[in-house]
Design a protein around this ligand. Structure first.
Ligand SMILES: NC(=O)c1ccc[n+]([C@@H]2O[C@H](COP(=O)([O-])OP(=O)(O)OC[C@H]3O[C@@H](n4cnc5c(N)ncnc54)[C@H](OP(=O)(O)O)[C@@H]3O)[C@@H](O)[C@H]2O)c1
Length: 270
């Protein structure tokens, strides 16, 4: 039986990874959850898992870099559940490789998915969030503190999200809408996580070795606590906290660290 007072939470990019962990944590806490991803068949597999566990979910397949789809995502959610309380703009893609090697159209794709694909769903949700005095949560990365070699466009798109979230936080406060920003650190990726290679083809990202990673559940719980407390900024992982401090106080030290580890970073990006 539907609990009409339960929170309604949209999580973009939630058929796997951190998005799915967020959806699961919210569903376990009694929220009604909207799952989204481009791959409809895989999205339905995730939705079926949630339904089998007795959770109330709506799966809406589509690409968040498309404005018309983002309007549809919010309208369909409102029609189905009658309200929107939280939207987490989690969907994003990653790539790897040196600037000189990356196919030029990868830059456009990264900007479309990571920047527009965060702003569009957030913007489309504003009229509905005004009714509930709800929340928009942007998902950034510790890679945004300082451009990582061989990860320039990923660092850059996440850096853009930081500025957009800062602006939106103050713009939307008068309406009672909370805007938050999480800088996610190294996380245990799904074994199926794919990134764009230098030629633009998708490749499975090997598990990162030699770095301490947070579990997806811990990441999800941190983000949900942040939204509950309405705390604007949260940096995850000790590495993230050190990078954040160095980027402000001693950026030259980060340059030196990256310079000394250039080959290691290049190898781990290839
Ligand atoms: N994993 C990490 O270590 C890490 C570190 C820092 C920050 N982050 C950030 O955390 C978030 C989640 O990362 P993750 O590692 O969990 O990702 P992931 O495992 O690659 O999952 C990404 C999800 O987004 C969906 N997606 C991708 N492009 C989309 C689009 N245009 N429209 C709608 N859905 C789309 C994917 O499904 P489809 O392919 O079917 O669309 C998938 O469900 C991202 O914002 C990422 O930048 C992750």
């Amino acid at each position: 039986m539907e609990n009409k007072s339960a929170q309604v939470v949209i999580i973009t990019g939630s058929r796997q990874g951190i998005g799915k962990a967020l959806a699961l944590s919210y569903a376990r806490a009694g929220a009604r959850v909207v799952l989204n991803a481009r791959n409809e068949a895989k999205l339905q597999v995730t939705a079926a898992e949630f339904k089998a566990a007795g959770y109330e979910v709506l799966a809406i397949a589509g690409d968040v870099s498309n404005w018309a789809f983002c309007e549809e995502l919010c309208q369909k959610t409102h029609q189905h559940f009658g309200r929107i309380d939280v939207i987490i703009t989690n969907a994003a893609i990653a790539t790897r490789g040196a600037m000189e090697d990356l196919e030029p159209n990868i830059y456009q794709k990264m900007i479309d998915v990571n920047i527009l694909g965060s702003v569009y769903p957030a913007k489309a949700a504003i009229p509905f969030l005004k009714e509930t005095k709800g929340s928009i949560q942007f998902i950034s990365s510790i890679a945004s503190f300082y451009g990582i070699p061989y990860n320039g466009i990923y660092s850059g798109t996440k850096n853009a999200i930081n500025s957009i979230a800062q602006s939106a936080h103050n713009e939307l406060k008068p309406y009672g809408i909370f805007v938050g920003l999480t800088y996610v650190g190294f996380t245990q990726n799904e074994t199926t996580k794919e990134i764009l290679d230098t030629d633009g083809k998708k490749v499975v990202l090997p598990q990162r070795e030699n770095v301490k990673k947070q579990s997806r559940d811990i990441v999800a719980q941190s983000i949900i606590r942040q939204i509950q407390k309405r705390k604007f900024k949260k940096v995850l992982t000790p590495t993230g906290k050190i990078l954040s401090l160095l980027a402000r106080m001693a950026p030259g030290l980060i340059r030196l660290i990256y310079k000394m580890n250039l080959n290691k970073i290049k190898e781990s990006s290839s």
